[in-house]
Design a protein around this ligand. Structure first.
Ligand SMILES: [Zn+2]
Length: 122
């Protein structure tokens, strides 16, 4: 089985020791929001995407995000090259864009969209 089908199944993965340890290891390597950093903002989870102090303590954290949405694909889920650190603001925006379009518009170092579901990759 390399696929899992239900939200409940992957909710469980996010609670697993493997994810918790992997997440912490990722945050040790990439402790700042990647999108904020691209805009010159050093955000360790204490700022908004605009670089202002985050007033809501429930939004003071960092997300380990899947660059290419895993959509139940376990190989993508566990592929650390597919993980990136985001602040909650950027995570929400990235996820909203994906939900509207059905794919991520994130580009790789070569400037090509990395999501296999992006029209350029179909
Ligand atoms: Zn950010």
């Amino acid at each position: 089985m390399s696929k899992f089908e239900t939200r409940a199944e992957y909710r469980k993965l996010y609670k697993s020791a493997r994810w918790k340890h992997g997440r912490l290891a990722h945050l040790a390597v990439e402790p700042l929001c990647r999108y904020c950093r691209q805009q010159g903002i050093t955000n360790d989870g204490s700022l908004t995407a605009a670089g202002l102090r985050q007033a809501d303590p429930r939004r003071c954290f960092l997300v380990v995000d899947h660059i290419v949405p895993h959509r139940g694909d376990l190989a993508l889920f566990w592929d650390r090259a597919n993980w990136q650190t985001l602040c909650p603001d950027h995570h929400d925006r990235a996820k909203q864009r994906e939900e509207v379009r059905g794919f991520s518009v994130e580009k790789g170092a070569d400037g090509w969209p990395i999501d296999p579901l992006h029209p350029a990759n179909r």
